[in-house]
Design a protein around this ligand. Structure first.
Ligand code: NDP
Length: 281
């Protein structure tokens, strides 16, 4: 039976650490500040932004929201980001995805100054992560790594399988695990014999966006199972990408959904904002 990796509890610890750092910065006259941009109406994004705003408020981090209408042009968005890049009172800039289809989100991410890119999506930060330099790391994989560390789960030499190759989760997850000497395989929608690949893993990270995709029989006895997925079922309940009931008896450690990776993502965002503010001192 698995031990639960309690992201809710652990995120409180991370946030307490952030608050201490924020207080120290304030003593030096620096008020860490995050600017969040949202373009168009998206109910899920609104919830995420609200959560981030609340978390910032609790940690003493200033928070400014920019809600832009659906018809905002790419140039107008880029102009706002450039203005925030210049604003000395803003330490972190976050562009909430998705954005409307007429906007090239990659151009917007590239416009965010690498030193304020607290989501770690800018190509400079992605490149620095790849070559092992200090950088802002995408908050979700970074939160997973913190979780593994806090629970003393050593990934060195272990076989890790990441399912999903998105730029925001799967690919940086691969880099983070590799940097800690895991042997990493990444699976995606074209992977052949995915079940077989996953069933060999000591560590399984599911970031697909499909409810209950990872079944119990894919899990090796004693594997560590990290479920990044957040899926809303028809009955309104949230569930992950892993069939929790099936995986629980086989895994050594497992993250619940909700209460696993999600809270860690927000906590790591706060850490990144503090890091950005500290680097300006
Ligand atoms: P994307 O949709 O960008 O990527 C999904 C990945 O899953 C793709 O690489 C895709 O492969 C792969 N995939 C889809 N279907 C299959 C399949 N049948 N077999 C194997 N691989 C498949 O999603 P994200 O990475 O943005 O998010 C993944 C999940 O994580 C979502 O549920 C999202 O809500 C959640 N999430 C949770 C966060 C948190 O804080 N907990 C933060 C961010 C995301 P291909 O590339 O070939 O299309």
């Amino acid at each position: 039976m698995a031990q639960i990796l309690d992201g809710k509890e652990l995120s409180k610890k991370v946030k307490d650490g952030v608050k201490v750092k924020v207080d120290k910065l304030k003593e030096k006259g620096i008020n860490p500040k995050l600017a969040v941009i949202m373009v168009g109406n998206n109910s899920a994004s609104s919830v995420y932004v609200k959560n981030k705003s609340k978390a910032c408020e609790n940690a003493g981090i200033d928070f400014e929201e920019f809600f832009l209408p659906e018809e905002t042009t790419e140039d107008e968005l880029v102009e706002l980001i450039e203005k925030l890049n210049q604003d000395k009172l803003v330490h972190g800039i976050l562009l909430q995805s998705p954005v409307p289809k007429h906007i090239n989100i990659n151009r917007a991410f590239e416009t965010i100054s690498p030193s304020k890119d607290v989501d770690g999506f800018n190509a400079i930060n992605v490149g620095n992560l790849t070559i092992g330099r200090d950088c802002f790391v995408s908050c979700t994989p970074w939160g997973v790594m913190r979780m593994l560390e806090e629970y003393n789960i050593d990934v060195t030499g272990k076989t890790a399988v990441v399912i999903g190759r998105s730029n925001i989760v799967g690919k940086p997850m691969l880099q983070c695990l590799l940097s800690k000497d895991a042997t990493v395989t990444i699976c995606h929608s074209k992977t052949k014999d995915l079940e077989e690949v996953v069933s060999r893993a000591d560590i399984v990270i599911a970031a697909i966006g499909k409810p209950n995709f990872v079944t119990g029989k894919m899990i090796k006895d004693g594997a560590v199972v990290i479920d990044v997925g957040i899926n809303r079922l028809e009955n309104g309940k949230l569930c992950g990408d892993v069939n929790y009931e099936e995986a629980f008896p086989k895994a050594s450690y497992i993250t619940p959904v909700p209460g696993g990776v999600g809270p860690m993502t927000v906590a790591m965002l706060l850490e990144n904002v503090v890091k950005a503010a500290e680097e300006k001192t």
